[in-house]
Ligand binder design. Structure first.
Ligand code: ZN
Length: 1009
């Protein structure tokens, strides 16, 4: 975490380490219980207890300016009404000191936070944030503490966030009665997929008696049962300091933070008995159990005869009774060997013979609960194969219980653990806190997430000492473990429809029982809520950052050096404190690639390291990559035209990273990949990869509907977006689904071989980048150069009249309205408009306008009033594209109207004031100045080619914009412009038969009524 103020940081860490147990801090309010320096992270962990209430505090001091905070309460629901989740939302709707409607969302606009959220896990609820600005930290801490400990929890907020009745036409009690509510709709979206339903069923049956049996987020069937009184009671019992765990991280002074926590919250409480909130141990099975459940079918069903799911699951280690357990760590390593990658045991035994298309959701080791568990299973299995799958799983485990794992396989996993510990990330602090909670929230170990290196060393010694180590471990926790569950699921294509019908029926029955008076009350409440949402509020009581004080005038300059490598290829060298890890990227020119090969590009980038090479079978290759590197990432990237005058350029990007000692090995593997990937001759492997990809894409359409909708809308506006849509949007889903169904391996082999022959040639190497420490540079550069010089073309490059370049140049916008029907009950809406390129003088104002519209208008209309989980808009100056979007939205065309109305709002005098502008600027700089990992510093200019002078001009434009500039930008560039429209949504909402719309199915094929 090497910062610039290394000596200050050293002194700070030493002072923390010197604190002895029993030391009182913050005028005696807190007592230190332990301190520990943790290597190789070089952080100091200080555990404290609040004397009066017993609240626990973990501070991790680090030489890292991205300071974080988190407070968690153990929350242990005993039903699936989502009480913990609704409470998490409702406490953010105003508090004693900050009685405004929405302090959380208002603070999002008044801060430079690098993270702000609230989350409900299965056994705790937490409120984390992070920021690099000290004033901001104080502001956010104050608002978070007041929200958590002194919330209003008003009934009207419960009805907005949780659930309420409304009439379909708000003021017309003769229209249909419906449910509304943010959590209600959020959970409809969250539970709307097969994987979510199946994962839940697995937890429900593996934990039949404890809190994990219930859906802490809330099941849409049960959420309407939650009452306001239950919500208030749940807060009173759970949100008490005696049931809280505070976490702080970074380089800000500890004592100042402790004092603020004491003054703003804890001093007002006494001790409270929380022993009733303890999560009991799960009652262990006396014999293995079997259950059968029903789950929804995927949006795209590949094979109607292969629709079953089966998993085996075991309940394992009690992390509270066995803290810092080596078995626990070793089971994590075993899980990696069993399920991670094509060389893993279960991949080989279950996926390679194609008994199913992918692992079932929930597969792997789960340490996030009080007691750990492991599950392995398959989806898309033929019913007649279900028993066979179970048998094979048992046989694999029995084999390992006899033979153990080969040591070199274990070493590859240990190498990944070593590399992960060395890689410097931007949210190390936040994730260390999340990692602590799974055990700490039950008063177990708080340093959970920091023990990896220590346990890895212990495991190595245990393996040296005992050749039977794995055999015993597998026998104990798998074969001899009676708490074992076999769960099988059938899928039902009508699952969501049935839920929907049941909900409608229930509502009809309720409606029949309502008196006129009650109906009028529902109308009155709806109007009251609407009034409340429309009310202009004075939020000046909330603290805020001021742009002129908090935002740097100058862009960050990373000091990238520009040289040449391998006889003249441009090399960008970023000297950064990467902690002994070396990062490289190289771009190959794709402009002349025949256009007909474009649809296959994504398969090429995805399969490049998965087919094996002449030297190594795909499994050995995967093993070698794992043993020597942090993996390769291959993709296609656009270099935008900053001023919008030139055609954008397409390149193939290959990047990777490795520990310094493995750099030569990394480039050796890359040489092998560049020269001799088996694009042909691995037919079975290719079939498997296609089937797996088809399945993954099939379920992604419903789950990532917003991404697909935005890509579809954008594709009608500009060439780069059209390419993005073709290689990764709906057309790609359709293509892969067809290729897999037809087993069209020859077609794929031909296309991928041609792309390789075109792209992987010395003359295509466009530019390179290295990011590492000074002492690693020379060796890394030598190795990189050697790789570049060794590139030999594999075949004659294909050439065509129609290329990527000619296609980009001939692109013509075409405005359509497209509706993609998927299963599930919610919608994703998008509208796209042409916008301005990066260097246009109005581009900064348009960028700010998108922030102001999202926060000032769309959030209120789409989320608060419309009941969607979210919505907003964005201006992308790199693609000159402006997009509107909503997600997990109960509405379709209404939301499209809202998009249009927002432009009227923006152009109307008086709506965008100095305050809206200031908030928009903070939001913009939050994005632009987000912390970057050392490896990423300088990367965006490498990819985009945008110069520092251009970046500075854009920043100046953001800093000096006026409210009038935003209004003018809206009027000049957006008002009256016809948008392109795309919706990915519930089949029931599809505008079938309406000639203005194009209707597609979930594979992008035309849908007919
Ligand atoms: Zn939520």
């Amino acid at each position: 975490m090497g910062g610039v103020r290394a000596s200050d940081a050293r002194a700070m860490l030493d002072a923390l380490e010197a604190l002895t147990p029993g030391t009182r801090l913050a005028n005696g309010a807190f007592e230190v219980t332990s301190t520990r320096r943790v290597m190789p992270y070089d952080v100091v962990a200080v555990e404290l207890e609040h004397v009066k209430t017993g609240a626990k505090h973990l501070h991790v001091g680090a030489d890292d300016s991205n300071n974080s905070f988190n407070v968690a309460f153990r929350t242990t629901p005993r039903d699936s009404t989502g009480v913990a989740h609704v409470l998490e939302h409702t406490v953010l709707c105003g508090s004693e000191k900050y009685p405004v409607r929405d302090p959380f969302f208002n603070m999002l606009r008044r801060s430079l936070s690098t993270f702000m959220n609230a989350m409900t896990a299965s056994d705790f609820t937490c409120y984390p944030f992070s920021t690099m600005n000290r004033v901001d930290y104080k502001n956010l801490l104050d608002v978070y503490l007041d929200a958590a400990f002194f919330p209003k929890i008003a009934e009207i907020d419960f009805s907005q966030e949780g659930h309420r009745f409304e009439f379909a036409k708000m003021e017309d009690p003769t229209s249909d009665l419906i449910y509304k509510g943010i959590v209600f709709n959020e959970m409809k979206g969250a539970m709307g997929s097969q994987s979510a339903r199946y994962g839940r069923a697995l937890g429900e049956h593996l934990f039949p008696t404890s809190t994990y049996h219930w859906n802490s987020g809330g099941d849409p069937i049960n959420i309407p049962d939650l009452t306001y009184e239950q919500l208030r009671n749940f807060h009173a019992v759970h949100y008490h300091p005696s049931n809280s765990k505070f976490y702080t991280y970074g380089d800000f002074p500890l004592e100042e933070t402790l004092q603020q926590i004491e003054d703003s919250a804890l001093s007002r409480f006494d001790k409270f008995d929380v022993s009733k909130l303890v999560v009991e141990d799960e009652k262990r099975f006396i014999a293995p159990k079997r259950v059968e459940v029903t789950v929804p079918a995927d949006a795209v069903v590949a094979d109607k005869n292969k629709q079953s799911i089966i998993s085996l699951a075991w309940l394992m280690i009690n992390q509270i009774k066995e803290p810092v357990s080596l078995d626990n760590f070793a089971l994590g390593v075993a899980s990696d060997l069993l399920t991670n990658g094509p060389q893993s045991y279960f991949y080989e035994a279950l996926l390679e013979p194609r008994l199913g298309s992918a692992f079932a959701s929930g597969t792997g080791y789960n340490g996030s609960r009080r007691e750990t568990s492991f599950a392995v299973g398959l989806k898309d299995v033929a019913e007649s194969d279900v028993n066979k799958v179970e048998k094979i799983i048992e046989e694999v485990l029995e084999r390992i219980a006899r033979e153990g794992f080969p040591r070199e396989r274990v070493e590859a996993v240990m190498h990944q653990i070593e590399l992960d510990s060395a890689v410097v990330t931007t949210q190390f602090g936040l994730y260390t806190g999340f990692g602590a909670y799974s055990t700490w929230v039950h008063d177990g170990d708080a340093l959970n997430a920091l023990r990896t290196p220590e346990l890895a060393a212990k495991l190595n010694s245990a393996l040296d000492a005992d050749p039977q180590y794995w055999q015993k471990l597998i026998k104990k926790w798998f074969l001899d473990n009676k708490h074992r569950l076999t769960i099988t699921a059938r899928t039902d294509e009508e699952y969501d429809k049935k839920l929907d019908e049941a909900e409608k029926k229930k509502l009809k029955q309720i409606e029949k029982m309502l008196s006129d008076e009650e109906k009028q009350k529902i109308v009155a409440n709806a109007l009251l809520l609407k009034d409340n949402q429309d009310k202009k509020e004075d939020v000046s009581v909330l603290p805020t950052l001021v742009v002129s004080e908090a935002v740097e005038k100058d862009i960050k300059r990373w000091g990238s050096k520009h040289t040449k490598i391998a006889d003249g290829v441009p090399l960008q060298y970023d000297e950064q404190p990467t902690n002994g890890v070396v990062y490289f990227t190289t771009h190959f020119d794709l402009d002349g690639l025949p256009e007909r090969l474009v649809p296959y590009l994504d398969l090429f980038t995805d399969f490049m390291d998965q087919l094996g090479t002449e030297k190594m079978k795909f499994k050995d290759l995967a093993e070698e990559i794992k043993l020597r590197t942090g993996g390769f990432s291959v993709g296609s990237v656009f270099r935008p035209s900053a001023d919008g005058t030139k055609t954008q350029q397409l390149s193939l990007s290959i990047s990777g990273h490795a520990l310094e000692r493995n750099v030569d090995a990394m480039f050796d593997i890359l040489t092998d990949l560049t020269e001799s990937v088996k694009w042909r001759g691995e037919e079975e492997r290719l079939k498997l990869l296609l089937a797996r990809r088809a399945t993954a894409l099939g379920s992604s359409v419903g789950q990532q509907g917003m991404t697909y909708a935005r890509a579809l809308a954008g594709s009608q506006i500009n060439a780069a977006s059209a390419f993005g849509n073709e290689t990764g949007g709906m057309p790609h889903v359709g293509l892969v689904s067809r290729l897999s169904k037809e087993n069209a391996t020859e077609e794929v082999e031909n296309a991928l071989s041609e792309i390789a022959a075109y792209a992987l040639r010395p003359e295509r190497v466009q530019r390179c980048r290295l990011a590492c420490q000074k002492e690693s540079f020379n060796a890394a550069e030598r190795s990189f150069a050697q790789y570049l010089k060794s590139i030999k073309p594999v075949a004659v490059a294909p050439s065509d009249k129609d290329t990527v370049e000619t296609k980009l140049k001939s692109f013509k916008p075409e405005l359509k309205k497209v509706f993609v029907s998927v299963t599930g009950q919610t919608n994703y809406c998008s509208a796209a408009l042409p916008a301005l390129p990066y260097t246009h003088p109005d581009a900064p104002a348009l960028f700010l306008l998108a922030q102001a519209l999202s926060a000032g208008y769309l959030h209120r209309e789409i989320r608060e009033k419309g009941g969607a989980y979210g919505g907003g808009c964005a201006s992308d100056p790199m693609n000159a594209l402006f997009t509107f979007f909503s997600y997990r939205d109960p509405n379709t065309t209404e939301t499209l109207d809202t998009f249009a109305k927002s432009i009227d709002w923006a152009t109307t005098e008086g709506n965008i004031t100095k305050k809206e502008l200031e908030e928009a600027q903070l939001r913009a700089f939050k994005t632009l100045d987000a912390p970057l990992a050392p490896s990423a510093r300088g990367q965006s200019s490498f990819v985009s080619g945008v110069t520092e002078a251009e970046r500075q001009r854009f920043r100046d434009g953001l800093l000096c914009a006026s409210p009038e500039d935003l209004r003018r930008a809206a009027a000049r560039h957006l008002a009256g412009v016809e948008p392109a429209i795309a919706i990915v949504g519930s089949a029931e909402k599809a505008p079938m038969g309406d000639a203005k719309w194009i209707n597609l199915d979930a594979q992008g094929a035309p849908r007919v009524a």
